[in-house]
Every structure is written in structure tokens, then in C-alpha cells.
Design a protein around this ligand. Structure first.
Ligand code: 26Q
Length: 706
């Protein structure tokens, strides 16, 4: 077992921590040690740890205000956080202390950790990236706020019935959430619909409907507790929870209509990570959280720093994809309508404050809204978008753009039913637009944003994605972390680049054997989990060949399944050959409306049933589809993988981040030259990644040739 990664940061001895937990158990959970159930101890442990975290949180907030430095605001519809207990304990350097304190009561910390539900407020890569960035920003001591929605139901739970995916609601808040703090004083009114009227010099929006957005804050602890930042998620409530006159008149449902409308805004995460369905509720969710966040940012700036004109010096607003794109129009509305700035000055402030990250090139995944819907829901924003558009198109004409180029740059898609293009809005409203891997960024310039790039050639830049090594190495793989510490010391814990020092040990036999022993132990642990949850027995000495990610045609799980069947067929035909025993592991969720993705899950399960029941391939091949892939399951699987499957059609996967988690845990990669596989290849070298298939250019040429 690994020893404590860092020395404890508090003066309390284990017995003091023990006293603290018991005090919390009695006074805040309301139980004594004898009556307390596992779950009571779990709550008491989090609350006791939270007390330590809060001190650092207050320090950090104070430092941010005192320094008057620039703050990062990360606006994201999704934060796929997973569990927080182990993360916060480890980053606070208090794991050993808590382990010892709980042990004194006959309790096992690891067992309590399992009681924490995953905060699954995201679909996949984009949401997990947001969560990794929050932890990394705190680790890098950067003052940052995450802004999003506190969904009551996160990503659905997946069950497999007769091979088919079944979706069940995720109720992560059922037993309360000891990490969060409601901030009733940070409440804003958010309007929808209504009309725009000219009054005096100005223009005012009179919404037909209003709801209140209230902040709920969660502390985000950085490595060694250096800084604790805030994740601010919005919840919704009606201005008037019950219309008593309607109720008294017998209209019981009508009396509660506003409550229902507010609840629906934060009720459930849309479980699709492509092909946006274009439903009105989705646009309402986007505006709700974006408007609350922008109001909060502007309020904080004006209250503590004064002049709205200095906003770009104090605030960097980063849009995680186009889901918060309406921020551009909302910020303009606040600057022009509420603060009386001229349009041109407001536009300059807006652009210097906002940046946009693009995560997809797939044309069908680019967000756009029917113009009549947008206009009905956000009439003032629609006017502002027209005003921005005429400005941008004037610039384009001056720069000599052709009619076709103008049509591509326009914020309004005029082909068929008119639509508002959220990516174009984000692009023109930002001073920086980034892709998430080198190849993806180059393709942005050549494809979807070619015309905008020509007009604004300095705007697009690359920021290759990353993952936090705290969660994805230190916490999920303590065995490997210890082996690395013994080999190269502790510097890599604070600077992951130092992992390169392992190169000096590449040929060291003893080191290799220790790495191998850890991998085997991790494979045994995963096998035990699969035996316990699915009843399937795996050979931990077989090669674990893993593909875990959302199910998508472009990710080509189907290709992997076909290879699985081909291998099965070969083993049956040639049992005498020297086969390497292999376990094919799959996991991932399909969007509920994505028919072909659901068929892929059914196929994987049917292949597994057939292969696993065939004694003629016996110990040589097993296939397993592990249900309900989420962050916590990922933390079990990545450390146990021998082979990482990253086989998307080249040009389709913007970056991938699972690819990095596998590599960090010592798996080899087989894959295409797509997304960040390109950068991984440069770092791990050709001995550790096997590339196959067409390049992105070859795919494009083949497609162009029909
Ligand atoms: C949009 C509108 C309506 C409903 C849903 C959506 C929606 C929701 C989620 C659209 C897309 C997403 C998620 C996209 C996503 O996860 N993209 C992934 O982002 C990762 C982080 O940059 C990359 O590594 C992956 O390559 C990319 O697929």
C-alpha cells in the first residue's frame, strides 16, 4: 500500500481528528457512536473534512479579493465530477489521518468512500474536462469559478436487460449533499419571452415570465490544499411558489404551474452528447444558467472593482462549447441596456472578456436554434444578435469576402428554415477560439470555421486537452504511484512532466517487475468487481483489451466488435496456435434516442454471451460489457488495462481524454491518428502506440471521391 503522498497540513493528531469526527457525528448528524450506521459515519467524515476545507476556502477567497487579480470564469452546461471524498482527502493530505481515525471505530475508509454517489452532471468528455480543469486551476493557484447547473437528476444510470440498454433516473441528491452550500443572497431574476420597448434613450426588455436563480457552491480543493476554488451551480425557484388565489378557487395544478416551470429548468441533464434535438427546454436551460452566471460576474466586478469598463482586465470568461454562447448577447445586453454603454464600446469589452472552446467538427453536432423560437424566448437577445451580425458582415464585406463567404460567416443560417448559429456567435464574440488537440485545431481552420478564420486569422489557437494526474494516477492507482515514487522521487507529484525521469528506468528489470506486479493486482481487483457484480470470472493473466467511452458510430465500437468476432473465429479454427489469452472489455452509454448506438450495446452483449459460453475457446477469449460506465467505474478500469482502444475514424474525435488516462496508467495504445492520439504518439514513442488506418486527409480524400 502507498504511504501518505504528502505530510499532513494540519496540526491535529489522529486522535484529535477522531474527536472531531465524533463531535460532528453527534452534533450535526445527531447520532451517537453506538447508534450510528455506516452512512452516518460517511456524512460525519465528509462534514469533518469539510471543516478543514472551509478554512482554506476562506483564505483563498480572501487572497483573491486582496490581490485584485484576474479571475477565470468557466461556463459549462456540464461538470462530470464523480466522487469528492477521496479527492478532497488526498489533496488535503489527510487520507492517513482519516483512515486511522475511522479505524479506531472499526470502520474502513474505502468502504465509506463507496457510499458517495457520483456527481454525474455531464455526459462524457466535455463534462469531465470541466471537472479536471476545476481541480487543476485550484492546483495551479489560479482564482477560478466554475458556473453550471445543479441538475437534480444527472446522467442516467444504465442497466442491461437481455443485452439492451435500459435508462434509469440518477438520484444523486436522495440522501442530501454534504459538500454544498446554498447562497440565498446570490439570487438573480431570469426572464423569458415578453417584449422589448423603447423608453427614453434606452431599450428595455419586459419579460413575460421570470424565475429566480440561486447559487449553490461546492468547494474545489487543489493539490496540497494550496487553493480552494468555487464551483457555483444554479438552482431555480419561482418568484411566487403557489398562486393562492388560484388554489383557493380550486385550480390546484394551475396554482403550482410556476413551481413546475422553475423545477423543469434544473430537473435533468440532457443525455445526448451530439445531434442536439433542439428542444425549447434545452435553450431555456442554457439561457437560465448563462444569464445567472453573467449577472453574478458583472455584479462581483462592479461591487468590488468598480468600473464596468475594466471588466476585461479582471475577468476571463471561458465558454465550454457553444452551450453558453448566449453569454455574448447577455453580456452585451447588460452593458448596453443596464449600464448605458455605447454599442461599440460594449462590443470591445465583450470580446476582450470572452473566449470559446470548440469540441466538435461534426456538422450535425453544431448547435443552432430556429429563429422564431429564439425570438419568442429571448426577443432582446435576438435584436442584439442582429446588431452584432450587421457589424460583422460589414467588416466581412470591407475585407472583400464573397457572397458565399458572407453566408458562411453570418450568425443566421439562411438555408431553409432560418436558424441562429451558436458557434458563429461564440466565435465573433470571443478574442480567442481554441480547439482541443493539434489536429482538431487545424481542421477547425480548414473546415467549419474556414471563412471566419480567413476574416479573423489570429483568433483560432490550440490548447490540447489534459487530465488531472491527481485523480487519474495518484488517487485511482496508489500502487503505481508508489512504484514511481520509489524510482524517481516525489517531484512528479507536483509536476507531471517529471514522469519523463522514468525513461532512465525503462530497461531496469526490477522496476519493470514492480510495475507488472501492480498492474496484475489492479487486474485482480477489477476481476473481483466483475465477478461480484456480473458473476463472470476473468483470468487476470489474460491481456485486458479495453474500449470505454460513450457509444458512437464515429468511435467505432462496431469495428472492435467485428475484430472480436474475427478473433473468436480464428481461435476456434486454429486452437493449436499460440494465442495470447485476451479479455475484450467494453463499457459506455448510448444516448437514449440514438438507435444505432443502442444496437451496438446489444451486439456487444450478444457476442459476450455467445463467446463466454463456448468451452472451445475456454481460457483464450472472454468478452464483457460492464454496465453503467461512469467516473468511479473508470477509476477501477484504467489502472487495470493492458491495451487502450482509440480507434475513431481519423478527423472525427476532437481530442479524447480517456486515451490519456490509459497512457498515464501504463497501458499500450492501439489507435488511429486522430485527436490527441497524435500528441500521445509523440510522447510515448512508437514502442507504446500502434497506429493503423487512414489519416484524416486520406479519409477526406476518400469521402470526396465518393
Ligand atoms: C448540445 C445541445 C443539445 C443537447 C446536447 C448537446 C451536447 C451535449 C454534450 C452536445 C455535445 C456534448 C458533448 C460533447 C463532448 O463531450 N465532446 C468531447 O469533448 C472532449 C473534451 O474536449 C473531447 O476530448 C472529445 O473528443 C469530444 O468528443
Amino acid at each position: 500500500m502507498a504511504s501518505e503522498p504528502v505530510s499532513s497540513s494540519v496540526a491535529e493528531t489522529p486522535s484529535e481528528m477522531d474527536k472531531h469526527i465524533v463531535r460532528v457525528l453527534r452534533q450535526r448528524v445527531g447520532k451517537d457512536e453506538r447508534a450510528a450506521k455506516q452512512h452516518d459515519w460517511y456524512t460525519a467524515s465528509i462534514l469533518a473534512l469539510r471543516d478543514e476545507v472551509i478554512e482554506k476556502w476562506i483564505d483563498s477567497t480572501r487572497r483573491t479579493y486582496d490581490s485584485r487579480g484576474k479571475r477565470v470564469y468557466y461556463l459549462s452546461m456540464e461538470f462530470l465530477i464523480g466522487r469528492l471524498l477521496r479527492d478532497a482527502l488526498s489533496n488535503m493530505g489527510m487520507t492517513r489521518e482519516f483512515e486511522a481515525a475511522l479505524k479506531a471505530h472499526g470502520l474502513d475508509l474505502a468502504a465509506l468512500e463507496e457510499l458517495e454517489p457520483d456527481a454525474a452532471l455531464g455526459n462524457g468528455g466535455l463534462g469531465r474536462l470541466a471537472a479536471c480543469f476545476m481541480e487543476s486551476l485550484a492546483t495551479l493557484d489560479i482564482p477560478a469559478y466554475g458556473y453550471g447547473i445543479r441538475y437534480v437528476n444527472g446522467m442516467f444510470r444504465q442497466r442491461i436487460d437481455d443485452g439492451w440498454q435500459v435508462e434509469l433516473p440518477e438520484t444523486w441528491l436522495a440522501h442530501g449533499n454534504p459538500w454544498e452550500f446554498e447562497r440565498l443572497e446570490s439570487t438573480y431574476r431570469i426572464g423569458f419571452g415578453g417584449e422589448v420597448v423603447a423608453e427614453g434613450d434606452g431599450v428595455f426588455w419586459h419579460p413575460a415570465e421570470q424565475v429566480e436563480a440561486t447559487a449553490i457552491d461546492t468547494p474545489v480543493v487543489g493539490w496540497r490544499g494550496k487553493r480552494v476554488n468555487t464551483l457555483r451551480l444554479w438552482t431555480a425557484s419561482p418568484l411566487d411558489p403557489i398562486k393562492l388565489d388560484a388554489f383557493n378557487a380550486g385550480d390546484h395544478f394551475g396554482a403550482l404551474a410556476e413551481q413546475v416551470r422553475a423545477d423543469s429548468l434544473v430537473r435533468v441533464l440532457y443525455p445526448a452528447d451530439s445531434s442536439p434535438a433542439g428542444q425549447e427546454l434545452r435553450l431555456r436551460q442554457e439561457y437560465f444558467f448563462t444569464a445567472a452566471s453573467i449577472q453574478d460576474i458583472v455584479r462581483r466586478h462592479v461591487q468590488y472593482l468598480g468600473d464596468i469598463r475594466t471588466l476585461p482586465d479582471q475577468a476571463a470568461i471561458q465558454l465550454n462549447d457553444t452551450h453558453p454562447s448566449v453569454a455574448v448577447a447577455e453580456l452585451m445586453r447588460l452593458l448596453v441596456d443596464e449600464n448605458g454603454l455605447e454599442f461599440n464600446e460594449a462590443w470591445d469589452i465583450c470580446r476582450r472578456t470572452v473566449s470559446y472552446t470548440n469540441h466538435t467538427l461534426l456538422p450535425e453536432a453544431l448547435e443552432s436554434w430556429p429563429l422564431p423560437l429564439f425570438e419568442r424566448l429571448l426577443p432582446r437577445h435576438m435584436q442584439i444578435i442582429y446588431a452584432i451580425n450587421s457589424r460583422v458582415l460589414r467588416e466581412a464585406r470591407k475585407a472583400g469576402c464573397s457572397d458565399a463567404e458572407i453566408a458562411a460567416i453570418s450568425l443566421i443560417d439562411e438555408n431553409g428554415e432560418r436558424r441562429v448559429r451558436m458557434a458563429n456567435l461564440a466565435f465573433v464574440g470571443a478574442h480567442s477560439v481554441n480547439g482541443v488537440a493539434a489536429l482538431h485545431t487545424e481542421l477547425m481552420k480548414k473546415t467549419v470555421f474556414a471563412d471566419l478564420h480567413k476574416l479573423y486569422p489570429d483568433r483560432i489557437n490550440n490548447k490540447t486537452n489534459g487530465v488531472t494526474p491527481r485523480r487519474w494516477l495518484q488517487q485511482c492507482n496508489p500502487g503505481l504511484t508508489q512504484v514511481i515514487r520509489d524510482a524517481i522521487g516525489d517531484a512528479f507529484l507536483d509536476d507531471a512532466e517529471k514522469l519523463a525521469d522514468l525513461n532512465a528506468h525503462a530497461a531496469d528489470r526490477q522496476f519493470g517487475e514492480r510495475v507488472w506486479a501492480v498492474k496484475r493486482a489492479n487486474k485482480v481487483a477489477l476481476s473481483d468487481y466483475i465477478k461480484k457484480t456480473m458473476g463472470l470470472r476473468l483470468d487476470p493473466d489474460a491481456l485486458f483489451d479495453v474500449q470505454i467511452k460513450r457509444i458512437h458510430e464515429y468511435k467505432r465500437q462496431l469495428l472492435n466488435l467485428i475484430e472480436t468476432v474475427a478473433l473468436y473465429d480464428q481461435i476456434r479454427s486454429h486452437p493449436e496456435r499460440d494465442w495470447v489469452p485476451r479479455v475484450k472489455i467494453f463499457a459506455g452509454k448510448a444516448a437514449p434516442s440514438y438507435h444505432n448506438a443502442k444496437l451496438v450495446i446489444k451486439l456487444a452483449n450478444d457476442i459476450a454471451r455467445r463467446v463466454n459460453a463456448d468451452p472451445s475457446v475456454g481460457g483464450l477469449l472472454k468478452v464483457v460489457f460492464i454496465p453503467n460506465y461512469n467516473v468511479s467505474l473508470g477509476e477501477r478500469i484504467f489502472p487495470a488495462a493492458d491495451l487502450s482502444e482509440q480507434i475513431s475514424t481519423a478527423g472525427m474525435e476532437a481530442s479524447g481524454t480517456g486515451n490519456m488516462k490509459f497512457a498515464l496508467n501504463g497501458a499500450l495504445t492501439v489507435g488511429t491518428l486522430d485527436g490527441a492520439n497524435v500528441e500521445i504518439k509523440d510522447h510515448v514513442g512508437d514502442d507504446n502506440i500502434v497506429i493503423f488506418g487512414l489519416t484524416a486527409d486520406e479519409v477526406a480524400a476518400k469521402r470526396a471521391g465518393g
